[in-house]
Design a protein around this ligand. Structure first.
Ligand SMILES: Nc1ncnc2c1ncn2[C@@H]1O[C@H](COP(=O)(O)OP(=O)(O)OP(=O)(O)O)[C@@H](O)[C@H]1O
Ligand SMILES: [Mg+2]
Length: 225
């Protein structure tokens, strides 16, 4: 059903884009822009709902954790305005994962963008002794499991908010583009990879999101991956 919605949206968006290019009337152009943006929002909502409900194709491949990390380091830096510290334990660098790299990067980016918002609410970036911090810590729990922790010292969550954080459409944000699907999507994606995700948080002090992913044993020749 949701896939069908996306199929219907594609020609609407293409037509709006075509008209926007051919029409010169300014007010008509503005209306077409509103139309395109609304369709894009519906498409993003549908795509996030599909991730929450684990309705998607996964393109998994075996990859060294460190290669995945290097591919995404810049992206994670950008998402947090370079306010992120990477702490990767040496024992994790050669670990092999079987993941859809785009989906896992998306799950992490949802969590990082929450951390970024939480820190920005507590600390003023323009102050010289800025204390906002986001840590991306990776450790090997045992031979079976890799743990990625995203730790922020932002506003934290009340017990009520924490209890609802993974509920679809739950949000405390008031911005128009907010969907309340960041954490539910991340959960859907991590669980599709046979992992799990946990949150601990203290109001006023900060939040830690822990992602646990299974390690591939006897993976491909590591040198070639
Ligand atoms: N690191 C965090 N610190 C404090 N509160 C958080 C944190 N992460 C999530 N939350 C709370 O959990 C709610 C749900 O998060 P979620 O990512 O699912 O939705 P959102 O960020 O509100 O919207 P969206 O991700 O769709 O833009 C947030 O509105 C916020 O109240
Ligand atoms: Mg979010």
């Amino acid at each position: 059903m949701a896939h069908n919605i996306n199929n219907f949206l594609t020609p609407i968006l293409a037509t709006a884009d075509f008209l926007e290019m051919t029409i010169t009337d300014k007010s008509l152009k503005k209306n077409l822009d509103i139309l395109s943006k609304s369709v894009e929002r519906i498409a993003s909502l549908v795509s996030n709902l599909l991730k929450y409900t684990k309705n998607y194709w996964m393109f998994e491949k075996e990859i060294k954790f460190y290669n995945f990390f290097e591919e995404n380091r810049l992206y994670f830096n950008e998402l947090t305005g370079n306010n992120i510290k990477f702490e990767i334990d040496d024992s994790c660098k050669d670990i092999m994962l079987n993941i859809d790299t785009a989906l896992i990067a998306e799950a992490i980016s949802n969590i990082l963008s929450n951390a970024n918002k939480a820190v920005a609410k507590k600390y003023d970036l323009n102050i010289s002794d800025y204390k906002g911090s986001i840590i991306f810590r990776v450790t090997k729990i045992n031979n079976d499991t890799l743990k990625i922790s995203i730790i922020d010292n932002g506003v934290g969550m009340s017990k009520d908010v924490l209890a609802k954080a993974f509920e679809p459409f739950f949000t405390t944000e008031e911005m128009a583009h907010t969907q309340g699907l960041g954490l539910p999507c991340a959960k859907g994606i991590i669980e599709s990879h046979k992992g799990r995700i946990e949150i601990t948080s203290k109001e006023g002090e900060g939040t830690t999101v822990d992602i646990y992913l299974p390690i591939v044993k006897g993976g491909l020749d590591e040198k070639n991956v």
